[in-house]
Design a protein around this ligand. Structure first.
Ligand code: 5GP
Length: 199
């Protein structure tokens, strides 16, 4: 779409955030498979130094890289924003994101609180932040434990501790979605996205 001056309008950024186990990644993955949404929105793929979980695929869920490679890309300014989460590095590759936004394409991100704040700061006009709330801390615990059979007990405990802290950031987001029922949460997220893409 073009602005009144004939410039191409920048694409929109949708940052989905929330504690580990809130279901934010599932929500965004499912949404980008939706017939209507898949034509409009792509999901950004992050780089990470965290080990791959058994159901994850390199290049699809993440680009799994070594700490040295991450550091090299960071120095070369190839990473738009990054964070350290429980000892591992995560970052958004810059080039693809900037090129797509420039062309007016929209992108969805699953990021931690720091990533959400940074993208809102870099792109204040076109970033929409959504916080996904789990129904309860008990559900969160069950999801984190169930998902990661291979994740050690220490990491589960760390993720839970961090989750309790992350929950307090929800009021600072543009929207909050309660992920009690996946279909209901998906519908809400789809509505938010279509409202902003249409505007
Ligand atoms: P996980 O290990 O559960 O896949 O991810 C840990 C946290 O890092 C999650 O909150 C996830 O959304 C966040 N994350 C994943 N990729 C990125 C990224 O590129 N940048 C930032 N800031 N956070 C990320």
């Amino acid at each position: 779409m073009k602005t009144a001056r004939g410039h191409k309008k920048q694409g929109k950024i949708f940052v989905i955030s929330g504690p580990s186990g809130s279901g934010k990644t599932t929500l965004l993955n499912k949404l980008t498979q939706d017939r209507e949404i898949s034509k409009l929105l792509i999901k950004s793929r992050s780089l990470t130094t965290r080990p791959r979980r058994c159901q994850e695929r390199d290049g699809k869920d993440y680009f799994f890289v070594s700490p040295d490679e991450f550091s090299r890309l960071l120095k070369a300014k190839k990473i738009l924003e990054w964070t350290r989460y429980l000892g591992y590095y995560y970052g958004t590759p810059r080039e693809h994101v900037e090129a797509r936004l420039k062309k007016g394409g929209h992108i969805g991100f699953c990021l931690d609180l720091k990533g959400a704040a940074i993208l809102k700061k870099i792109y204040p006009q076109n970033t929409v932040t959504v916080f996904v709330l789990p129904p309860s801390l008990e559900t969160l615990k069950a999801r984190i434990e169930g998902r990661s059979k291979s994740t050690d007990k220490k990491e589960v405990a760390q993720r839970l501790k961090l989750a309790a802290r992350e929950l307090s950031a929800a009021p600072g987001f543009d929207y909050c979605i309660l992920n009690n029922n996946l279909q209901v949460a998906l519908k809400e997220l789809k509505e938010i996205i279509l409202t902003h893409i249409g505007s």
